[in-house]
Design a protein around this ligand. Structure first.
Ligand code: 5GP
Length: 183
């Protein structure tokens, strides 16, 4: 893992690299292997949690070799701040019917667990045949709500992460690696 410090050219905010794109790819290949095995015959419905999960979902689905469908939900939690508001609210519902489907919720990160817990409860009420959680990153140190993670790529320490879909005030989503802001 690189401990390199980089200064952002645009706003000079210091960030430290936690995972580079090769490490991220390795984690996703591993998750894809499990999902290919577990969902082979199940025609899963993958529901990506916007916005942060879009890069992970895009990379993950290209490694899955079974028929599947993709949809999205959006849950507001952090707003434009770095601290969770502690309240979750659905702002985009899935368009594909969930009832009777094998659903995989695709998250960027599970932090306090509030957003993910809310999203899994919401999916559960739509009567899927099964619902499992797949997250690229688990940040267990800040957990407030217990959530069962079925597939997890990487663990992260406490700190605000950006890159690979994760933002700070809508910036940094395009970075290929994952960084901790403030170093
Ligand atoms: P939780 O409700 O588990 O605290 O947070 C879930 C959501 O908050 C994630 O889907 C993500 O959008 C956002 N989030 C949590 N931790 C971080 C972080 O370190 N960086 C960024 N950019 N977003 C985070």
């Amino acid at each position: 893992m690189s401990q390199k410090f980089i200064m952002n050219r645009f706003n000079q905010e210091k960030r430290r690299q936690l995972y580079d794109s090769q490490e991220i790819n390795k984690a996703i290949v591993k998750i894809a292997g499990y999902i290919n095995h577990d969902y082979k015959e199940l025609n899963p419905l993958l529901i990506g949690v916007l916005k942060g999960g879009f890069v992970f979902l895009a990379d993950l689905v290209r490694l899955l070799d079974m028929p599947l469908e993709i949809d999205f939900i959006q849950v507001s939690s952090y707003g434009r701040n770095r601290e969770s508001s502690g309240r979750a609210e659905l702002i985009l519902e899935p368009q594909i019917p969930v009832s009777g489907r094998h659903v995989l919720l695709i998250e960027d990160i599970v932090d306090t667990g509030l957003t993910t817990g809310f999203a899994m409860d919401y999916i559960g009420k739509l009567k899927p045949s099964s619902a499992k959680l797949c997250t690229l990153i688990d940040k267990p140190s800040r957990r407030k709500v217990e959530v069962e993670i079925h597939y997890c790529g990487l663990e992260a320490p406490d700190g605000f992460l950006v890159g690979y879909g994760l933002d700070c005030d809508e910036k940094y989503r395009n970075l290929p690696g994952i960084y901790i802001l403030g170093g």
